[in-house]
Design a protein around this ligand. Structure first.
Ligand SMILES: [Zn+2]
Length: 161
């Protein structure tokens, strides 16, 4: 049975694709055979060597190993995880840049909240989309509920008939 190498949380791994096995093995770079925990043998298909190096290098820029992931479309796991497949090095770089922007925005928001709490805040809670609960917690401002279509005006017999 063939299986495709992928990166999961900073490790190159390969899944055992024997139905219901669900095992995966960590790979040495270039390793072409695995035997899973249940003894199933598989041949590992790798991307071209230059891609393995480029993908590993690009993912290596991410300090958090849990953010280092890459999956080829041939590895069926993505159907379960919904993760992107066949990302090029450029895709990975763009994904990382976006994540860093989001992190920076979150840090900036946390700083604003800190300033606000310290009494020097240039922005209001409302502008930040937050409300202060009776318990003193800052939580996202609730949005108006969206009515479920067809439910308005419907009568239920709560006695259960
Ligand atoms: Zn197996």
């Amino acid at each position: 049975m063939n299986t495709h190498a992928r990166v999961n949380q900073g490790r190159w791994i390969a899944d055992c694709l024997v139905p219901y096995c669900n095992d995966a093995r960590e790979l040495a770079i270039g390793q072409t055979q695995i035997i899973c925990a249940k003894g199933h043998s598989s041949t590992v298909i790798w991307p071209p060597e230059k891609d393995v190096v480029a993908i590993s290098d690009e993912l290596g820029r991410r300090p958090d190993p849990s953010k280092r992931n890459w999956c080829p479309s041939e590895a069926p796991i993505h159907l379960l995880t919904g993760e992107p497949v066949d990302q090029t090095v450029e895709d990975l770089a763009a994904e990382w840049a976006e994540a860093q922007d989001a992190e920076a925005a979150q840090r900036s928001k946390a700083n604003q909240i800190g300033q606000l709490i310290a009494g020097a805040g240039p922005v209001s809670l409302d502008e930040l989309g937050l409300v202060l609960t009776e318990d003193g917690l800052l939580v996202p401002k609730p949005t108006d509920p969206i009515p479920f279509p067809g439910l308005a005006g419907m009568q239920f017999d709560s006695t259960g008939g």
